[in-house]
Design a protein around this ligand. Structure first.
Ligand SMILES: O=C(O)CCC(=O)C(=O)O
Ligand SMILES: [Fe+2]
Length: 426
């Protein structure tokens, strides 16, 4: 094991010294061989030129005729079937084989590559920096050197290919993607110039990269999926809803095209006159706050057929009774300039919360329908779960705020990001 202690790695240096000497001898011998061949080439070319200039008279000389026949019968044969190239190569190989026991093996190479990836993770090192021989990390959006080594080296496309391939063979597509991206970039940079020492080619790197990109989606979380969902309900059987499971902890689901354009317009119309500055629970009261910039209106299902139809559809999808007082009235929200809702829980976290005055109990779940799309910003971000949902007109998201035992699920912390450009309705 050469990679597990630096002492052994140092010993590898003297082996390379010997290999360099063998290769030097090989190159000298090959150059000598090529010089010999060049001499033969020059000799034959000049003799042949003389013959060609006056074939009739030249061949009347028996010496000239003899040397032509001798060249063709014997000299060419010896040149073409010379064993010298093979002998030179064999000398190089036997030198190499003498050192073979002291050479690192595949396990050493894999161990060294894994070591690089471990450093990459533990110290948040950027792969593009490592490839240029730098130990860099991104701080406040800038690459910063965390250490300047006295001696460094730049990595080649083939170096990156090998690291990427070690990750790939372990089905570690998170790392393989990063290293193979660099490999492809570097191989592209050198054009299609062939290097005898390389294990991989641009083609190999692209092949592995494409497969790695394909795999994380399926491997990282095989339980995230899309389907047409009817929840076994007869009311949805003929028109199931396109469901996309976005997260398992917390359990967040996106329902595509939950509402139609006309229903959505109708809801916004109904809500318009009732829009008032949104409030949040502070202590045991409801109050406006800087951290929620929007207006909202409450729509009673009994007053609008569209609202009660949506209530019904929500019930079919979630299996929840959303009739008052089990569910709250439908809240329609419209965000203002830079409108947002800072990270919060939808459920009450204290027994004195005003939510309990409604006599509806704590908020078991949230069903939120996007009634508009926006040009930029405004995503619903799940802070701890580390994902966000872009505002997607007519889609709805659903999640459980409480665990089965009634306790709040801290993983549901979420926010409405500030709207950069657009008119966001929910
Ligand atoms: O608007 C959003 O994206 C999130 C809104 C929200 O979290 C809420 O109204 O409780
Ligand atoms: Fe919320």
């Amino acid at each position: 094991e050469m990679y597990t202690s630096l002492l052994n790695t140092k010993q590898a240096m003297s082996v390379e010294r010997k290999l360099i000497d063998y290769l030097g001898t090989y190159i000298d011998q090959e150059l000598e061989r090529l010089e010999d061949i060049k001499r033969f080439y020059a000799k034959v070319s000049s003799l042949h030129a003389e013959l060609y200039n006056s074939p009739a008279t030249a061949l009347t000389n028996p010496l000239v005729a003899f040397t032509l026949i001798k060249r063709l019968q014997s000299e060419w044969l010896h040149v073409v079937y010379s064993n010298e190239a093979l002998e030179n190569a064999q000398a190089l190989r036997s030198g190499y084989e003498k050192e073979e026991a002291d050479l690192p093996n595949l396990e050493d190479l894999q161990g060294a590559a894994k070591g690089l990836m471990r450093l990459q993770d533990v110290y948040s090192l950027q792969v593009p920096g490592l490839v240029r021989g730098r130990f860099q990390r991104v701080t406040n959006g800038r690459s910063v050197d965390i250490h300047l080594p006295a001696v460094s080296v730049q990595l080649s496309g083939d170096d990156c290919f090998l690291v990427g391939k070690v990750a790939y063979d372990q089905e570690d597509y998170y790392h393989s993607v990063q290293w193979l991206e660099e490999s492809v970039r570097l191989f592209r940079g050198t054009g299609s110039k062939w290097s005898p020492e390389n294990e991989g080619t641009l083609h190999d790197a692209l092949d592995h990269l494409a497969f790695s990109h394909f795999m994380p989606v399926h491997f990282e979380n095989p339980q995230l999926f899309c389907d047409n969902f009817a929840n076994g309900h007869p009311g949805l059987l003929l028109r199931p809803v396109r469901r996309e499971v976005l997260s398992l902890r917390p359990y967040v689901v996106l329902y595509h095209d939950f509402i139609s354009d006309s229903e959505s317009e109708e809801i916004k119309q109904h809500a318009q006159l009732g829009l008032r500055r949104s409030v949040v629970a502070t202590g045991d009261k409801q109050a406006t706050a800087e951290y929620r910039i929007s207006k909202s209106a409450w729509l009673k299902g009994s007053a609008h057929s569209t609202v009660s139809r949506l209530d019904q559809k929500i019930s079919m999808l979630t299996g929840l009774n959303v009739q008052h007082p089990h569910g709250e009235y439908l809240q329609v929200v419209n965000y203002g300039i830079g409108g947002h809702y800072e990270p919060h829980f939808d459920h009450a976290t204290s027994p004195s919360s005003p939510v309990f005055k409604l006599k509806t109990g704590n908020r078991v779940a949230t069903f939120m329908i996007y009634l508009s799309s926006v040009e930029a910003g405004g995503s619903t971000a799940f802070i701890y779960a580390n994902f966000s949902v872009p505002v997607m007109k007519n889609a709805a998201i659903f999640w459980w705020n409480l665990h089965r035992n009634g306790e709040g699920d801290a993983d549901t912390l979420h926010a409405g990001c500030p709207v950069l450009i657009g008119d966001k309705w929910g």
